[in-house]
Design a protein around this ligand. Structure first.
Ligand code: NDP
Length: 328
């Protein structure tokens, strides 16, 4: 198959807001001996793209945006033995908001089962793996646990809600609108609190959790919700902060943990799937959950690659529920 030499891509030339996003032409990468080249079909939006653009997470500029996509392998380097041309794959790598992406064959890549579409794979890979690793390793959610999920109708929120309620846990979630409340309920949340109507919602969380507070709080909102999440925990509870949607949590004193003997963690997916056997274990689990429909992947909207700036605005300004994706 002959490949083009140039392609359309989203380039971030410098640190900035959505105004720096540039839909442009770049060279199709040439692969090295241990790399694969993927022709992307769909890519998933994640807050990490925004964190790189704003330089909250350090990165070199210019860079091609995107961290998650699904497509077909169109070329493999001569040292690659685990993948072949024609394989349908989902993967996590830099530079996915482009028609073609080169990445190491040893990276976070998984063959997509025949019964899972490219669209669903791109919409579920990063967040599905994140949600699965968090409910098993950041805090092992058990039947009967009270679990508090901030932004329960978001991409991560709907997945965490489904998984935790599926384990038989009582899920309490926050949302900002009645429409988001409906979605969180449908995903399995027992108690949903619209925090716009109930700014002092901590007492409601405690009331809904036997008057004791929750066993675990999963908080990807960060700065604006950290204190409320901590206050919602019961004695010996676990605080899992996993994102900065409202900004990063400022430094905290360890003494805040003392009052209730709390545990605090700040996990990231990548440190749970570092070893090949970890990646294998969790991707197998993810595809099973997705194939059987146990995990419903709710796609809010699909945008063409050229409209990434609008797609980013949808995610970053709280307009979306579930997942936002790009058709490449
Ligand atoms: P969401 O779809 O959850 O969108 C973010 C939601 O957070 C909004 O819809 C909104 O819900 C709520 N929110 C509250 N305040 C703000 C604010 N100031 N700005 C924006 N949103 C706000 O996003 P994702 O599911 O893509 O990601 C959720 C979090 O998970 C992010 O912080 C992300 O970085 C993190 N994440 C972390 C990973 C890791 O490995 N650690 C991996 C994947 C995601 P509402 O309107 O209901 O308030």
């Amino acid at each position: 198959m002959s490949l083009p030499t140039t392609q359309k891509a989203i380039v971030i030339p410098e640190k900035g807001g959505r105004e720096v996003i540039n839909f442009t032409d770049i060279p199709v990468p040439e692969i090295k001996a241990g790399e694969i080249l993927v022709k992307n079909e769909y890519a998933g939006l994640n807050f990490i793209d925004s964190y790189f653009r704003s330089a909250l997470y350090p990165i070199d500029f210019p860079h091609t945006a995107g961290r998650e996509a699904a497509g077909t392998i169109v070329a493999v380097g001569n040292e690659v033995t685990n993948f072949a041309v024609g394989d349908r794959v989902a993967y996590l790598a830099a530079g996915c908001f482009a028609e073609y992406t080169a990445t190491s064959a040893k990276g976070s890549i998984s063959k997509i089962p025949d019964d899972v579409s490219f669209k669903t794979a791109a919409a579920s890979f990063l967040q599905g793996l994140t949600a699965l690793t968090f409910v098993k390793e950041a805090y092992e959610v058990k039947k009967g646990d009270y679990v508090f999920i901030q932004a329960a109708a978001g991409g991560m929120g709907l997945l965490l809600t489904q998984l935790c309620s599926g384990f038989g846990a009582h899920v309490i979630g926050t949302v900002s609108t009645p429409e988001k409340a409906e979605l969180a309920k449908k995903a399995g949340a027992e108690t949903v609190i619209n925090y716009q109507e109930n700014p002092d919602y901590v007492s409601k969380v405690i009331e809904a959790s036997e008057g004791k507070g929750v066993h675990v709080a999963f908080d990807g909102v960060g700065k604006s919700t950290f204190d409320a999440s901590v206050a919602s925990l019961r004695r010996k509870g676990s605080m899992v902060v996993f994102g900065n949607a409202s900004g990063p949590v400022p430094p905290v004193s360890l003494l805040i943990l003392t009052a209730k003997n709390l545990k605090l963690s700040r996990p990231t997916l990548f440190n749970y799937i570092t070893e090949p056997e970890e990646l294998e274990y969790y991707t197998k689990l993810l595809w099973k959950e997705v194939s059987t429909g146990t995990l419903n992947i709710a796609i809010f909207k699909e945008y063409p690659l050229a409209e990434y700036a609008t797609a980013a605005e949808t995610l970053e300004t709280r307009k979306s529920t579930g997942k936002v994706i790009l058709k490449i």
